[in-house]
Design a protein around this ligand. Structure first.
Ligand code: PMP
Length: 401
């Protein structure tokens, strides 16, 4: 009986969730508060905190510098975590790809732009940039183009086209922009304001076999299965701290088959050893918890919230109005919902919501120049958020409507 099967699946998911939520000490320790700002940074499960404690109390040392066991263990930890990132990302070519640890997506994208792309582009080349995505995925590429222009190398920048209705990329118009000089395309896996899956798997077909594709995976790693094989991109950059690891962690994965290998120059200094240990633990935890289940859970919560907001006239959901989770074969909303109230200023709404225990982002949202510049309220979810939190939030928003 399909109805019965669906009810059992929903109950199983709920049971899985309550065991999982209990593993986050900061969440369990603050029952009156709801943390709804995971797109900014995520909370950490006990297993990650344990590994941090264990590393710092048993083998803390610098990497690649010593001949004693703690230093050797730290060096191995970094190498192991590089391999762990590759398996977590479904890397089809682990022998040719590389993982470089960074402090987060911002630093990672800047390194690719200023330490790799500037050496790849030639006079007359063209690149395509997402002007309505996060500023971190726009300004470094423009800086690279400006730096080349100062040396007399002219690179043409084209704007990635978007679909007005959903905020997704318009791949038909994108294909029309591509020429034999298109060398590089920057994309985002999940949009940090609209919450939509940007369907990066369709980009390769639109831009052809030769262009390098760099994907900002800040809002996808740890939230949904991310497969380099399926997406066919050349770079993927993410923030470990949004994927349950410590602040100051992140990685650049580079495939190494188009253009020169990504090998940042210069003296790297001491790596964030404990952060890298925490990233390994976070990826292990995510695999154990099941990223597919986390995706199903957060998509369900975001749909619940979007569908609830649509019944309340003063609220306007920014980007696509629909939950997108149900019946959409092309796009899905992940765990981010951004909205405004017709009469209440978003910053005021943020304060009001905190007085009811909800921690949301209420601000302008670091979007590139073609994006939203008015402030709004963003609710962003992770594995630990509950149906009860979303229902309580909807109750408060209803009272304010
Ligand atoms: N890209 C996207 C899509 C993001 O959401 C963010 C963080 N809000 C960043 C890049 C920057 O990440 P970080 O601050 O960790 O460098």
């Amino acid at each position: 009986m399909p109805g019965h099967a669906a009810a059992t699946e929903a109950e199983d998911l709920a049971a899985w969730h309550s065991a999982l939520r209990a593993q986050f000490p900061i969440v369990a320790g603050h029952p009156g508060l709801a943390y709804l700002d995971s797109a900014a940074t995520a909370q950490k499960p006990q297993a990650v905190l344990d590994v941090v404690q264990e590393y710092l109390t048993t083998s803390n040392a610098n990497a690649g510098r010593g001949t004693y066991p703690w230093a050797n263990r730290t060096t191995s930890l970094i190498e192991d975590t590089g391999r762990r990132v590759k398996t977590f990302l479904g890397d089809p070519d682990p022998d040719t790809s590389a993982v470089h640890f960074v402090s987060g997506t911002t630093e990672g994208l800047r390194l690719v732009a200023l330490d790799w792309l500037v050496h790849e582009l030639r006079d007359g080349d063209e690149i395509i940039l997402p002007f309505a995505d996060h500023e971190a995925n726009l300004s470094p590429w423009l800086e690279a183009v400006e730096s080349l222009a100062r040396q007399g190398t002219r690179v043409t920048v084209r704007e990635m086209p978007y679909q007005a209705s959903s905020g997704d990329y318009d791949t038909d118009r994108l294909a029309g922009l591509v020429t034999s000089r298109t060398r590089f395309v920057a994309v985002t896996h999940v949009h940090h304001v609209y919450g939509g899956d940007m369907n990066v798997h369709r980009i390769r077909r639109a831009v052809g076999p030769d262009a390098v594709i760099c994907m900002d995976a800040a809002q996808s790693v740890g939230h949904l299965p991310v497969s380099m094989k399926a997406l066919d991109v050349d770079f993927a950059v993410f923030s470990g701290h949004k994927a349950l690891a410590l602040p100051g962690t992140g990685a650049v994965w580079s495939r190494g088959v188009r253009g020169a290998p990504f090998a940042p120059r210069g003296w790297g200094g001491t790596p964030n050893t404990v952060g890298i240990a925490s990233l390994h633990a976070a990826l292990d935890w995510l695999d154990r918890a099941g990223v597919e289940r986390i995706e199903r859970w957060t998509v369900e919560l975001a749909s619940r919230l979007t569908d609830g907001l649509r019944t309340l006239p003063p609220y306007h959901v920014v980007g696509c109005q629909l939950s997108l989770a149900k019946g959409s074969s092309v796009q899905q909303r992940h765990g981010i919902v951004t909205f405004r109230h017709r009469d209440i200023d978003s910053a005021d709404l943020g304060f009001i919501l905190f007085s009811h225990g909800f921690m949301v982002r209420a601000d302008s949202l670091c979007q590139g120049r073609a994006g939203e510049n008015r402030s709004s309220v963003r609710v962003s979810l992770h594995a630990y958020n509950s149906r009860h939190e979303v229902d309580r939030l909807l109750e408060v928003l209803t009272e304010l409507s």
